[in-house]
Ligand binder design. Structure first.
Ligand code: FAD
Length: 317
C-alpha cells in the first residue's frame, strides 16, 4: 500500500515509522532484525531503507596502491523485500541519482515493481567522499527532480529512450526530501522551496524532512511550503541525539542548528549514557508537540541501535 494511502486510512491519527541503514557488507542481517523487532509493536505501516552510493578504496598491490570502487552498504532491494515478507510492512527503498545511470535506475524500478514494492523515495544523494561537491554520474541524473520525472514517466508506461510500453505501467508513490533549515547547497530557503516545488510538479506524492531539533523550524517550513503551492503531506524526520560528538557532527554533516537548551543539557552530561537519555527526552518532547499539531507520521532516523527510538515510541504510541 502507498504511504499516502496509509496516511489517508489513518484518518488524522499520527503514524509511527522509521528509517534503517543497510548493514556494512559482511555484517549479519540478524543484527538489523534484532534492532527492528522491538519497534514492530508500534505498528509502523512502512519502513524506509537507505541506499549508499559507491566510494573509492585503495588496495595495495605489488607496492602500488590500486584504486577500487566499492559499495560498502549494498542490499537495499534485498532488505526491502525481506522486511515486506518478515514483518508485513511496506518497505520504502531509497533511489539515488548519484552512483547510478538512468538505465540502472530503470532496472531497479522494474525490479521493485515485480516485487510489489509500492513506494520509493527519490533522492539526489551526496557527493562521493573525496569530492567537495556533488558531481552527477555519467549517464545519471543531476537533481532529484529529474529522477522523480523518470519515475513518473514509468508510472505512465514511458521507459527511457522513448520506448512507450503502455501495457506496462508502474504505480509508485514517490517521496522526496525537504529541508526545514534549507539544503546546505541552496542559496536561500525560498530557492530551496522552489526546487522542492519542482519535485512536486514532477510527481512527488509526499515529503520527508531532514532532521531538525527545533519544531518551530518545521512549522515555519510547512507554512512556507503551503505558500509556495506545495500541498502534499510533509512528514517530519526526527533523530534522537545519542552521543556528545553529535553536537559537532550533526551541524557539520547536515547543516542544521541545535537549540541552546539542548546543547547545554548535553554539555552537562557526565557520559554518553546520560547524553543518550537527554536525546530521548528531547525527541519525546519534540514528538509530543508535533503529534498534538496533527502531523501525519513521526518518522525516526534509527541509525543502528534502536533502543532510543523504542523508548520514544513507548512514550508516544
Ligand atoms: P535535490 O532535491 O536534487 O537538491 C539538491 C540541491 O540542489 C539543493 O540545494 C537544491 O536546492 C538544489 N537544486 C535542486 N534542483 C535544482 C536545479 N534545477 N538547479 C539548481 N539547483 C537545484 N542520501 C543517501 O545517499 N542515501 C539515502 O538513502 C538518503 N536518504 C535520505 C532521506 C531523507 C529523508 C533526506 C532528507 C536525505 C537523505 N539523503 C540520503 C541525503 C540526500 O541525498 C542529500 O541531502 C543530498 O545532498 C540532496 O538530496 P535531494 O534529493 O534533496 O536533492
Amino acid at each position: 500500500m502507498k504511504v499516502t494511502e496509509h496516511i489517508k486510512k489513518a484518518n488524522g491519527k499520527t503514524l509511527f515509522s522509521f528509517e534503517i541503514v543497510t548493514p556494512v557488507k559482511g555484517k549479519n542481517i540478524q543484527d538489523l532484525y534484532n534492532n527492528i523487532d522491538p519497534l514492530m509493536e508500534f505498528n509502523p505501516p512502512f519502513i524506509d531503507v537507505t541506499t549508499s552510493r559507491e566510494e573509492y578504496v585503495y588496495v595495495e598491490k605489488n607496492g602500488l596502491l590500486d584504486r577500487k570502487t566499492v559499495r560498502k552498504r549494498p542490499g537495499t532491494l534485498g532488505i526491502s523485500v525481506s522486511l515486506k515478507h518478515k514483518y508485513n510492512v511496506d518497505p520504502v527503498p531509497h533511489i539515488l541519482c548519484g552512483g547510478f545511470t538512468k538505465e540502472e535506475t530503470e532496472y531497479m524500478l522494474v525490479d521493485c515493481h515485480y516485487l510489489e514494492i509500492d513506494n520509493v523515495v527519490a533522492l539526489r544523494g551526496d557527493a562521493m567522499k573525496h569530492q567537495k561537491y556533488f558531481e552527477p554520474t555519467k549517464g545519471g541524473h543531476t537533481y532529484a527532480c529529474e529522477l522523480v520525472q523518470q519515475i513518473t514517466d514509468l508510472n505512465n508506461g514511458k521507459f527511457l529512450h522513448e520506448e512507450n510500453l503502455t501495457q506496462f505501467k508502474t504505480d509508485f508513490c514517490i517521496g522526496v526530501a525537504g529541508y526545514p533549515e534549507k539544503h546546505m547547497e541552496a542559496p536561500s530557503l525560498q530557492t530551496d522551496l522552489k526546487r522542492l516545488k519542482a519535485k512536486v510538479d514532477a510527481g512527488a506524492d509526499y515529503v520527508v524532512t531532514q532532521m531538525f531539533f527545533d519544531n518551530q523550524k518545521y512549522f515555519d517550513f510547512v507554512e512556507m511550503a503551503k505558500a509556495a503551492g506545495i500541498n502534499i503531506p510533509i512528514i517530519p524526520g526526527i533523530k534522537p541525539l545519542a552521543v556528545n560528538r553529535h553536537l559537532q557532527l550533526l551541524p557539520h554533516v547536515f547543516s542544521i542548528d541545535l537549540p541552546e537548551e539542548l546543547i547545554n543539557a548535553v554539555d552537562a552530561c557526565k557520559d554518553n549514557k546520560a547524553v543518550r537519555q537527554v536525546g530521548i527526552e528531547w525527541a519525546i518532547k519534540q514528538s509530543k508537540e508535533l503529534k498534538a499539531a496533527g502531523v501525519p507520521v513521526l518518522h525516526y532516523y534509527s541509525m543502528g541501535k534502536s533502543d532510543n527510538v523504542q523508548a520514544i515510541a513507548e512514550a508516544l504510541f
